[in-house]
Design a protein around this ligand. Structure first.
Ligand SMILES: [Zn+2]
Length: 60
């Protein structure tokens, strides 16, 4: 029996969404303007630099 599996999955999804929607600090211009544009692709809204990083979390 798989009790509680669905609940755990929902919590994890919520965490991931929170990280994916967050703005991250740009290593290039130091502004917190890096947003996810696609899976694994992040772009700085300030200086336009694009980064390949985690699918749901920006790691500089
Ligand atoms: Zn930038």
């Amino acid at each position: 029996m798989v009790v509680g599996y669905g609940k755990k999955l929902r919590v994890k999804t919520r965490e991931v969404n929170k990280k994916a929607k967050k703005s991250y600090k740009c290593p290039s211009c130091s502004r917190t303007k890096v947003k996810r544009t696609a899976n694994g692709v992040w772009a700085c809204k300030k200086c336009g630099t694009k980064y390949a990083s985690g699918a749901f979390e920006f790691k500089s």
